[in-house]
Every structure is written in C-alpha cells, then in structure tokens.
Design a protein around this ligand. Structure first.
Ligand SMILES: [Zn+2]
Length: 159
C-alpha cells in the first residue's frame, strides 16, 4: 500500500484513503490470509493512491475510481524461478470515505482473484455499484472466494 506523504493539507485526504483501504483489506482478510510486506518488490498486490487512466488496457474510454491490472511475472523465490501473478490496484482518492471503501473492496476482490462480476446488486463484486456503497462482503462474496481458493492452481502455494 502506498505510504502516506508529508504532513500538509493533503494528509487528511491520504488518511481517509488509507482508512478506506484498511477497511477493505480487513474484510477480505477475514476470508484469507493477507500478508503486508514493506518491500514493494515482494508484494503480489500493489495498491496505489492514483486515479486510473481514462483509457483502459484495451484502449477503451472508461472513467472509473478504481482499477485492478493483472501481470504475470517470473519471480525468483528461494533460488527457484516460478510464475506469479502481480496485481496493480489503482484507487483514486477523490471519493467520499464510504464510496472509496466500496471501490477498494471491489477492486481488491479482483486483485485476490475474483476477476468475474456478480449479477447480484448486494454483492461487493456486483458489476454495477448499487445506490448504497457496499462496505462488507455478502455471503455470496465469501462463498465465492472460499470456493476459488479450494481450486487447484499451477502457481503453487504462496511463498
Ligand atoms: Zn470490477
């Protein structure tokens, strides 16, 4: 997670952003173990306080407050090279706290592997955000991530 900047007029907004991201991390953290690392080079999920670009990776115009971008890397761990996913999450700080946390919850869902969307408005992974920001996971969100993490993976166990 991008660290806070210098004290100044912007710090309050950065703290709000951090609070929102912490809340979203705590929600997913109740379903799987998320380990915070201080070295960005070791992170599999990088969260940046930045508005996503107007054009998406396919060159389509898409204004949004959050985006998750997947890369596949070859990483050396304990002397062996292995393929690993790395996800860059861009989260704009220009939202109110609740909307920010809902966006963070949704984009982090993508980052941990839920690349599809739900057609149920009550889910954090709903394709379209509902009128009320989703600050917590629905039973369906939880069941989906539990199912996903029981599936075999060619990536092997986390380091
Ligand atoms: Zn999405």
């Amino acid at each position: 997670m991008q660290p806070l900047g210098e004290p100044g007029p912007g710090l309050r907004f950065e703290q709000r952003w951090q609070q929102a991201v912490d809340g979203a991390l705590a929600s997913w953290g109740s379903e799987l173990s998320l380990v915070m690392v201080s070295d960005p080079a070791r992170a599999q999920i990088l969260i940046h306080r930045r508005r996503p670009p107007l054009l998406d990776a396919q060159g389509r115009r898409r204004a949004s407050h959050g985006r998750a971008l997947l890369e596949l890397l070859e990483v050396e761990r304990q002397g062996a090279w292995r393929p690993e996913p790395r996800v860059l999450v861009l989260l704009s700080p220009d939202q109110r706290l609740e909307a920010l946390q809902a966006t963070a919850l949704h984009e982090l869902g993508h980052a941990i592997g839920l690349w599809g969307h739900s057609d149920e408005l009550g889910d954090a992974m709903a394709a379209v955000p509902g009128a009320q920001p989703k600050l917590s996971l629905s039973a369906r969100d939880r069941a989906t991530v539990r199912w996903l993490y029981q599936q075999p993976s060619r990536f092997g166990p986390p380091p």
